[in-house]
Design a protein around this ligand. Structure first.
Ligand SMILES: Cc1cc2nc3c(=O)[nH]c(=O)nc-3n(C[C@H](O)[C@H](O)[C@H](O)COP(=O)(O)OP(=O)(O)OC[C@H]3O[C@@H](n4cnc5c(N)ncnc54)[C@H](O)[C@@H]3O)c2cc1C
Length: 477
């Protein structure tokens, strides 16, 4: 154990400082294959006081660090390149649930789905529901401004975070609160949400809880043509309906799901299915359901089936939420992409993605938050096959170019991390990137928190902190 590890074990206990190579293996990846970086060691505080003391000790030692929640991120954002990792997975306490004020205060390591389960007896739930919700942490959700199927109607993480206590990288403790309507001043909580671990460590978070809807209707529409499904998405929104969720699952994804233990009864002879959920008070819900069914049929749906009961509904959702896992059967690795396009451009963009895949001889499976225009073109591949991976990366870059060209952007919810850095120049001017660096400096002038992530290093000049980030953007060593 090095000297710093010994000092930190005095705070958290030696069993919570992980230094052995075999144990560090677990922390070398997040959910995205293709990046493997080993932390110097992992320190896992068990509560708020320990987490604050750990960050202060790292500040005293001038040591850079990376915070990590559950490690389900899909942009290589929580990887530590030879520096200290702060594992927040032990901080799983739900401090309080206020059913009257409809809020909950939690430690950052609380798993997303566990919070909704704890709120269920009060008829409440935590609305942002990433498909990884049975594993990902609230702290990670805050840092990534996570979305999820139901964020179309209910809003993303940013809309549900009311307060966070943050320990800044220099050890100072600050309280960030969502601005009330009459409040004056900058929305610093808004700046922190989505800052990808670069502004400090959230040690507790207060979130809004949402009443469970009185009624829910979940539909599965089968489309022989992918184009029709994409057009139906725009048409549903254009009709003034705001579904709770509007997800597209294409043929490649359906085949993987139906061959897996997550089989949901999706038809395997269509090009796409739309999973549409409407919810709310009973009054008007039948009208919305009928309108969705009509619009789907007008756009070529062969059939629209409605979930008969809650277990049928859960089964339909299981296919969607476990689709990434099901793709594990298709190839050893899965490159999950994340981009956004204007909803009205979904049909042409999906066509272009199909052409790109064909030209680069890669297989793309689309499963995504269609109502938000948030695409996830996923490429099953063999990460050990250099030729195939070169084609995968070339295809990914072209897909990003198409999305940007259509007025979209390079990430909807997975963040930039390391993976999207090479695309930042395609979207932002040097002046904009510099402004981002200056905002970061307000929180972390020494740039010790998650160094080398988000903004390409040649702008932030974190030359010494992260050699691999430097390589990722092709900068000189
Ligand atoms: C199968 C699958 C499905 C997914 N579906 C979705 C989806 O539908 N929507 C979506 O948005 N994402 C999705 N994701 C991506 C991922 O689950 C989210 O980005 C999630 O928010 C990450 O949470 P985590 O706890 O795993 O964070 P990690 O991966 O551990 O960390 C992510 C980032 O957060 C920072 N961080 C973590 N905790 C803190 C903290 N307390 N303070 C400051 N910074 C912190 C880290 O430094 C890192 O930059 C999916 C991932 C998988 C594997």
């Amino acid at each position: 154990m090095d000297q710093l590890a010994r000092a930190l074990s005095g705070i958290v206990g030696p069993q919570h400082v992980i230094t052995r190579a075999a144990e560090l293996l677990v922390y070398e990846n997040d959910g995205l294959p293709g990046y493997r970086l080993r932390p110097r060691f992992v320190v896992a505080p068990g509560n708020r006081a320990e987490a604050i003391a750990v960050v202060r000790a790292l500040a005293a030692a001038n040591a850079p660090f990376v915070a990590r929640g559950a490690g389900t991120g899909l942009s290589a954002g929580s990887l530590a390149d030879g520096i200290v990792m702060i594992g927040l997975h032990r901080m799983r306490q739900i401090y309080s649930i206020d059913p009257v004020g409809r809020t909950a205060t939690v430690e950052p390591g609380v798993v997303n789905a566990r919070l909704s389960k704890a709120a269920a007896p009060y008829g409440l739930h935590y609305a942002p529901d990433p498909s990884s919700q049975t594993a990902c942490s609230i702290g990670g959700n805050v840092a990534e401004n996570a979305g999820g199927p139901h964020c179309l109607k209910y809003g993303v993480t940013l809309n549900h975070v009311l307060h966070a206590t943050v320990v800044l990288p220099d050890g100072e403790l600050i309280e960030l609160a969502a601005p009330r309507d009459d409040e004056i001043g900058y929305d610093l909580l808004g700046a922190f949400v989505g800052s990808e671990g670069c502004f400090g460590v959230a040690v507790d978070v207060t979130v809004r809880l949402t009443p469970n809807p009185a009624r829910v209707c979940t539909m599965l529409a089968d489309f022989p043509a992918l184009d029709g499904a994409a057009k139906a998405v725009s048409a549903i929104i254009a009709a003034g309906i705001v579904p709770a969720a509007l997800e597209l699952v294409d043929a490649g994804t359906i085949a993987a799901v139906e061959a897996s233990i997550y089989a949901a009864g999706y038809p395997t002879d269509v090009e796409a299915c739309l999973l549409v959920e409407v919810d709310g008070p009973a009054a008007g819900l039948d009208d919305d359901t009928a309108a969705v069914q009509r619009i789907c049929r007008e756009n070529g749906a062969r059939a629209v089936r409605t979930a008969t009961d809650s277990s049928d509904r859960e089964r339909l959702w299981q296919g969607r939420k476990k689709a990434f896992g099901a793709m594990g059967r298709v190839a050893p690795h899965l490159v999950v992409q994340d981009a956004v396009v204007p909803r009205t451009r979904l049909a042409p963009v999906l066509r272009r993605i199909g052409e790109i895949a064909e030209r680069h001889r890669v297989r793309v499976c689309n499963v995504f938050h269609a109502g938000d225009g948030n695409l996830h073109p996923n490429i099953p591949c063999d990460g050990n096959d250099a030729d195939e991976m070169a084609r995968v990366h070339a295809a990914c870059r072209e897909i990003m170019e198409v999305c940007i060209g259509e007025g979209g952007t390079i990430t909807g919810e997975h963040g930039v991390g390391l993976d999207k850095q090479p695309y930042m120049d395609m979207l932002f001017s040097p002046e904009s990137l510099d402004a981002m660096c200056r905002l970061r400096d307000a929180f972390d002038p020494a740039r010790r928190a998650n160094p080398g992530k988000v903004v390409p290093v040649r702008y932030c000049r974190e030359w010494n902190a992260s050699p691999s980030a430097r390589k990722a953007v092709g900068a000189a060593p």
